[in-house]
Ligand binder design. Structure first.
Ligand SMILES: [Ca+2]
Ligand SMILES: [Ca+2]
Length: 406
């Protein structure tokens, strides 16, 4: 790979002429991808961190007049033409007027910062009509109140839906401090694959999936999303609740694709989580993994960053730059359950609402040049389902095409 990018500018220009980034990706996507279990699909992350600002010119004048769902709808033919199979959409529920959606306030209210319910449905229909499956971002580890910490509406849940050790029961400003123990939710929070207990998220209320009322409404929610047009699930922050509930929700709703965002550095726990999400728990060995959920492969994304310093010796393989996408621990094909990616909405360059860079997100993980090309060359040719970042495909790739014509 270093030879391809030696200091021979003429050679590099020629290479760009022959293989513009767009064409390169299309070739990879259509013929080279090795994907999940008996599955060669490729996913597009259909948004990025700033997507919720589009179409709100009074609040965010730099982001045009088209809402994000309108943008996705308009780009559906281009997404299909690029041979993407899956599009990971942003969280579908109302989370405040200007929010990326990871603080869901009203699950059953399906208008949000990305557009109206009708616009959401129209975007999903455009994707489905193009043969692309929309994936919903399911944020059910936690939720936000309407105006306060725990005033839940849509569905209306009481303190019985909140894990007993949640910070709301301690903080005096929550409105529910010192709720008697019998009126709080009982969380399982001891799981086989993670020491201690499941992760407690201090920003919002951790939900008690042990409560049948919570589970029943979550299933209703997932079924409503399938009616709207979603075909699969991307579960947010899955280290925060038991994998047995993923198994249950997937067993009932039968998504065509499922992936969880587990604690970014805990690959051994990810394997345990994958195992515990199987909808058929009776299968032994590798067959057990056939009904399991995928998990995001942050470990490989971390390893890929050695590209930036041209430290390719750190990309030797599993444990040396390649994470879950190379994992065959105990002779098991964990690597078939990896969803690899180069960048997502939580990594790389991000801005505050006023457009200034966020202090811990001042630059992208891979620059808009050979760095991002090489990173994609790796994830598109390794096991797992590769996920391409919207910004890279729709905003960076055209720049490569322009440059290649100079
Ligand atoms: Ca919490
Ligand atoms: Ca939790």
């Amino acid at each position: 790979m270093e030879q391809l990018h030696a200091d021979d500018t003429g050679f590099r220009e020629t290479l760009y002429l022959l293989f513009s980034l767009l064409v390169f990706w299309q070739l990879c996507v259509s013929t080279w991808a090795q994907s999940g279990f008996d599955d060669d699909r490729v996913m597009l992350q259909g948004f990025y961190y700033e997507s919720y600002r589009f179409g709100h010119p009074d609040k965010f004048p730099g982001h045009g007049t088209q809402l994000w769902y309108e943008i996705v709808k308009a780009d559906a033919p281009a997404i299909a033409a690029a041979n993407f199979d899956l599009v990971w959409m942003p969280p579908p529920s109302y989370a405040g007027d200007f929010s990326l959606g990871y603080n869901p306030k009203r699950y059953f209210r399906l208008d949000n910062s990305f557009g109206s319910r009708k616009q959401q449905q129209a975007a999903l229909a455009a994707l489905l009509n193009s043969g692309v499956e929309p994936i919903a971002d399911i944020v059910i580890n936690h939720r936000d109140g309407i105006n306060s910490w725990a005033d839940f509406k849509d569905p209306s849940w009481g303190t019985w839906s909140i894990c007993t050790d949640d910070e709301a029961f301690i903080n005096p400003s929550s409105g529910v401090a010192n709720t008697p123990a019998e009126q709080r939710g009982k969380c399982e929070e001891v799981v086989s694959y993670r020491p201690g207990s499941t992760y407690a998220y201090s920003s919002f209320r951790d939900l008690a999936h042990t409560d049948v009322r919570v589970r029943r409404d979550i299933v209703r929610y997932l079924l409503a999303l399938q009616s709207l047009g979603y075909r699969g699930w991307r579960y947010d922050m899955v280290h925060g609740y038991g994998a047995q509930w993923i198994s249950l929700y997937n067993g009932i709703t039968k998504p065509t694709f499922s992936v969880g965002e587990y604690d970014w550095t805990q690959q051994a726990e990810e394997r345990g989580w994958i195992w515990a999400t199987a909808t058929d728990n009776t299968a032994a060995g590798a067959a057990h993994l056939k009904t399991s959920s995928d998990v995001f492969d942050f470990e490989t994304q971390f390893g890929l960053k050695s590209i930036v310093g041209s430290a390719y010796t750190q990309l030797y393989g599993f444990g040396n730059g390649i994470g879950l996408a190379g994992d065959t621990t105990d002779g098991m094909p964990w690597k078939q359950r990896a969803v690899t990616f180069v960048e997502n909405h939580d990594t790389g360059f991000r801005t505050n609402d006023d457009g200034t860079p966020q202090s811990d997100h001042r630059s992208d993980s891979f620059a808009n040049n050979w760095q991002v090309e090489q990173a994609y060359a790796i994830v598109l040719t390794h096991p797992g389902i590769p996920c391409v970042y919207w910004k890279h495909y729709f905003e960076w790739a055209p720049i490569f095409r322009t440059r290649s014509r100079r």
